[in-house]
Design a protein around this ligand. Structure first.
Ligand code: DUC
Ligand code: ZN
Length: 452
């Protein structure tokens, strides 16, 4: 007798799809078979059962400049759960006078109080952390074996620092995850545009041309090859980066990349919207011209890119408006934590870009495997019962009102998806059912990850 049995659904994994019941005991999947019975039974006839989706790139209540991203660990993880995401990876930044382990503990206690789904953390290596690289082994042992490196912004590493960081990550068997943009070229182009009076968001993507992404990605891939460490490229939005990742992979290098819904579904005309509407989509790397969308879909289908994240980093319209007379001051980032999984189903699977199995692969299974979530991202006995009962016929028109994110706006406003979670489970508990969120803040656990 199981605690919960999900009956009659079609189980979709990264490898195949098949009909079976799932028996859940406690927090885990205890059986997969036919004719299972439990204390509670959910009829999933006509529905897909997928692993809970995993978003390995989100920024919740993250300080950036004078602002803090507007979803906290409660509202952000609740929104994630509504959309079928049952695990995230957020970030830790260490203050100059702090140890990395102290910074990790502080971020964990913030998240532990509020998270509703399980989470991991990437440790950021900024310039002040180059003196602390001997702390990486302890950080990896504490369950954070992935390390964020910026090649842009104030936290960027110069090439010599980048080399040292990659060497230190290699020594601890970790994974560098990299924001790749050429900051010197970007800041020079920004200054040139602003000096000519080109101050509107229209000039944001023109200050960050494809070259700045492609060159930086190529540089860190070359350095990672030299050092002998894998590397994962964050938020890829254009073919010049895909080409470098694909070339490295053809040469057998352990190089991977992700893209995000904003690069798959939106084009750079959004920066020409009047007033604050043109400032809302400011994010980095910027959203590209329309042909790049097709390039990103193809890269996912061809396994030149391996996964989809959101880079969820929301700011309110009022915060975005503070940069209306100088695009370089607009806080960068867009919301997206909630709708990623259904958007990928409608515009990826239904539109014929890839199969339902590849959908599960890029949103659930590969993120779990690559980032070291040992018991998530797959449906098999012994895995956490993090599951989505996905209704492939449920139609939702996305808007700030249908979402639960707190930014108050969404890039996907007005897009209609066919296919949406009907129920989301985390470690055997029903989080979302019939549009209602059923659990309290703080039930989410930190997951100590190990990278194989
Ligand atoms: N890009 C953004 O636009 N915001 C948050 C961090 C990032 O890489
Ligand atoms: Zn990010």
């Amino acid at each position: 007798m199981f605690d919960l049995v999900i009956k009659n659904g079609k189980i979709v994994t990264a490898e195949h799809s098949y009909h079976a019941d799932i028996g859940i005991f406690g927090e885990q999947i205890a059986a997969i078979g036919t004719g299972l019975s439990g204390r509670r039974e959910v009829d999933a006839a006509g529905k897909l059962i997928t692993p809970g989706a995993i978003d390995i790139h989100v920024h919740l209540e993250m300080p950036i400049g004078n602002f803090v991203s507007t979803d906290d660990f409660f509202t952000g993880t609740r929104a994630a759960a509504f959309g079928g995401t049952t695990a995230i990876v957020d970030f830790v930044e260490t203050q100059p006078a702090e140890t990395m382990l102290d910074a990790l503990a502080a971020r964990q206690s913030l998240a532990d109080a509020r998270a509703t789904i399980d989470y991991g953390l990437h440790m950021t290596i900024g310039p002040a952390d180059i003196a602390k690289l001997n702390q990486l082994a302890a950080v990896a042992d504490a369950g954070c074996p992935s390390f964020k490196i910026y090649m842009a912004y104030g936290l960027r590493l110069h090439d010599g620092e980048l080399l040292q960081a990659l060497q230190a990550i290699r020594r601890v068997g970790g994974l560098p995850v990299v924001h790749a943009e050429n900051w010197d070229v970007i800041t020079t182009l920004m200054q040139q545009h602003l000096a000519r009076g080109n101050t509107t968001p229209h000039w944001h993507p023109r200050s960050r041309p494809e070259l700045t992404e492609g060159e930086a990605a190529g540089r860190v891939i070359d350095l990672a090859e030299f050092v002998g460490v894998p590397v994962h490229i964050f938020h890829v939005g254009c073919q010049s980066v895909v080409a470098r990742i694909a070339d490295a992979r053809r040469r057998g290098l352990p190089v991977t990349g992700e893209t995000c819904p904003q690069y798959l579904l939106v084009d750079d005309s959004v920066y020409d919207r009047p007033g604050v509407a043109g400032a809302l989509p400011v994010c980095a790397p910027p959203i590209r011209p329309r042909p790049e969308q097709e390039n990103m879909w193809r890269a996912l289908a061809d396994d030149h890119l391996q996964l989809v994240t959101t880079d969820h980093c929301p700011f309110t319209p009022a915060e975005k408006a503070t940069g209306l007379d100088d695009f370089s001051k607009i806080p960068g980032g867009v919301p997206g934590i909630e709708a990623r999984f259904p958007l990928l189903y409608t515009f990826g699977v239904r539109a014929g870009h890839f199969s339902e199995n590849r959908w599960v692969d890029v949103a659930c299974t590969t993120p779990a495997r690559m980032l070291g979530f040992a018991r998530k991202g797959h449906i098999a006995v012994g895995y956490d019962a993090d599951l989505v009962i996905f209704d492939p016929e449920k139609t939702v028109t996305i808007s700030p009102e249908t979402l639960h994110e707190s930014a108050g706006w969404t890039l996907y406003d007005g897009m209609t998806v066919r296919g949406y979670p009907a129920m989301t489970l985390s470690r055997g508990e029903i989080l979302v059912e019939d549009g209602a969120f059923l659990r309290q803040p703080g039930r989410g656990n930190f997951v100590a990850r190990r990278i194989q």
